[in-house]
Design a protein around this ligand. Structure first.
Ligand code: PGA
Length: 252
């Protein structure tokens, strides 16, 4: 059975003390209950090593929000996959729409990032999703197919099996406008069929596909009830422990 997952994406929020306090709070909340899903927080680079030291990673996974497309060298300001792994983190978000939009990330650089993440034992949470104009033009299926093909289909079936996918319609991110659970199910089922065509039904059935975009405690249960929605990638609502735990509890 594929995993059910709730992953937080803190983005560029919290100072180090604030982030450590939030991580401790989530860690304590998870220690007090048996979550019915895997729970992960993806946090700023500056927070990784400290947070790794204060959480129980058997209950709360830790990830970065990005990594470099090179292993090491003269790339001022970049943080590599080996560096991320050396903090104790085991996940990394790759290809978030904000990285694609504001920092010019292409499928070509993402292929390098995915390869380096896997080489260093990090599990990529690979993001795909269409912008509003593409949705309105009815192009969302071909857009996500192209993103998956270009970013991931160079992988062996074994390596593809290590990827977590996150479908995030860009028009729903931080806007309060969630995809309806039927819209999410429709495209998640399509994404699974694209994977099945390439790697076979078994690999497709084992792939966790998360939904992201204004997911909150009030809509998580309906989204997660859909057969092809395996959890959520949570931005804004991951910054408050009660909201984040409310979404984790949608799996109870
Ligand atoms: P949001 O962000 O939950 O604030 O919409 C989701 C994301 O960008 O991962």
């Amino acid at each position: 059975m594929r995993k059910h997952i709730v992953a937080g994406n803190w983005k560029m929020n919290t100072t180090l003390p604030e982030g450590v306090a939030l991580a401790k709070e989530v860690n304590a909340a998870l220690a007090a209950k048996d979550a019915n899903c895997d729970v992960i927080i993806c946090v700023p680079f500056t927070h990784l090593a400290t947070i790794a030291g204060v959480i129980d990673q058997n209950k709360l996974g830790l990830g970065a929000e990005n990594c470099a497309d090179h292993k090491s060298g003269a790339y001022t300001g970049e943080v590599s996959a080996p560096m991320v792994a050396s903090t104790g983190a085991t996940y990394v978000i790759l290809g978030h729409s904000e990285r694609r939009q504001y920092y010019g990330e292409t499928s070509e650089t993402l292929r390098e990032k995915v390869a380096l993440a896997l080489e260093n034992g990090l599990t990529p949470i690979f993001c795909i999703g269409e912008v509003l104009a593409e949705r309105e033009a009815g192009q969302h299926f071909e857009v996500v197919k192209k993103q998956i093909e270009e970013g991931l289909f160079n992988l062996s079936a074994e390596d593809f099996g290590k990827i977590i996918l996150a479908y995030e319609p860009v028009w729903a991110i931080g806007t309060g406008k969630t995809a309806t659970d039927d819209q999410a199910e429709e495209i998640h089922a399509y994404i699974r069929s694209v994977i099945a065509d390439k790697y076979g039904k078994e690999v497709a059935e084992e792939t966790s596909i998360l939904y992201g975009g204004s997911c909150k405690p009030s809509n998580a249960k309906a989204l997660f009830a859909k057969p092809n929605v395996d959890g959520g990638l949570i931005g804004g609502a991951s910054l408050k422990c009660a909201d984040f735990m409310g979404i984790v509890e949608a799996w109870d």
